[in-house]
Design a binder for this molecule. Structure first.
Ligand code: SF4
Length: 246
């Protein structure tokens, strides 16, 4: 496994190589490529849509109002921006903050996948529909998959993908902000579960996937249990937490 320094060096090389990218028309009006920021060996990556006005000017993702909200939300689960890695689906600002086009996402997505391959996060939290569609490989509406975890491979890396609303959708809509806060609490549960699974020698982890497929989403849940696992595969009941899957 590459060290944090090796991963940081690799990300730096990718960033330098992308500086003059003209692979799509977003290069025409950008101020600069907004590559990504954070810990090169982060356990968790946050992936948004694309740079906005402030990001384009400053060269860093999520520095505007939505970024401020993201930082506040991270703080509620004990994380700082420097503890995570933050990137976008497209690295250059779409003019007038329009949605990125499919051709632009196709042109830029290899860059995001290379970041994932380098950082090797355990969890990718997708912010909004574009990141969820690309990383989660789904056409399901964000409203039906938000706050649910999915185990999959992204760029050859085994990860849990966890979609939430984009913070911009919560800036002026208190109900969306409440949902984001609720989902971040679940995200912390997911991180704690994974961390414990990696470090614990004694606890048994029971993943129950009771799939009930509907049109878009397999409703399922994972039970994180500590203590002795009984004949029925359930724990002795010392601790059990529920996390929905999709
Ligand atoms: S959005 Fe991505 S592919 Fe398009 S010019 Fe910028 S860096 Fe290159």
């Amino acid at each position: 496994m590459p060290s944090r320094e090796e991963r940081a060096s690799s990300l730096n090389a990718q960033q330098v190589a992308l500086r003059d990218c003209t692979a799509c028309s977003l290069s025409l009006k950008r101020t600069q490529v907004v590559f990504g920021v954070g810990d090169a060996a982060a356990e968790i990556m946050f992936v948004g849509e694309g740079p906005g006005f402030h990001e384009d000017k400053q060269g860093e993702p999520f520095v505007g109002q939505a970024g401020k909200l993201l930082s506040e939300l991270l703080a509620t689960i004990g994380l700082r921006r420097e503890d995570v890695y933050i990137a976008n689906v497209v690295k250059c600002r779409p003019p007038d903050n329009r949605d990125p086009l499919a051709s632009e996402i196709e042109a830029c997505s290899p860059n995001l996948l290379e970041q994932v391959r380098t950082i090797r996060p355990r969890v990718i939290c997708t912010l909004g529909r574009f990141a969820t569609r690309l990383i989660g490989e789904t056409d399901a509406p964000i409203s039906s998959v938000r706050g649910r975890a999915k185990s999959m491979e992204v760029a050859g890396v085994p990860v849990m993908v966890f979609p939430v609303f984009h913070p911009a959708a919560a800036l002026y809509t208190p109900s969306n902000r409440a949902l984001l806060e609720e989902d971040l609490r679940k995200l912390k549960l997911l991180l704690d579960r994974d961390r414990k699974a990696l470090t614990s020698q004694e606890d048994e982890y029971v993943a129950e996937v009771a799939a009930v497929p509907d049109e878009h989403v397999a409703k399922a849940e994972i039970t994180v249990a500590s203590g002795t696992v009984g004949d029925d595969g359930r724990s002795g009941g010392e601790r059990a937490e529920q996390l929905p899957l999709w």
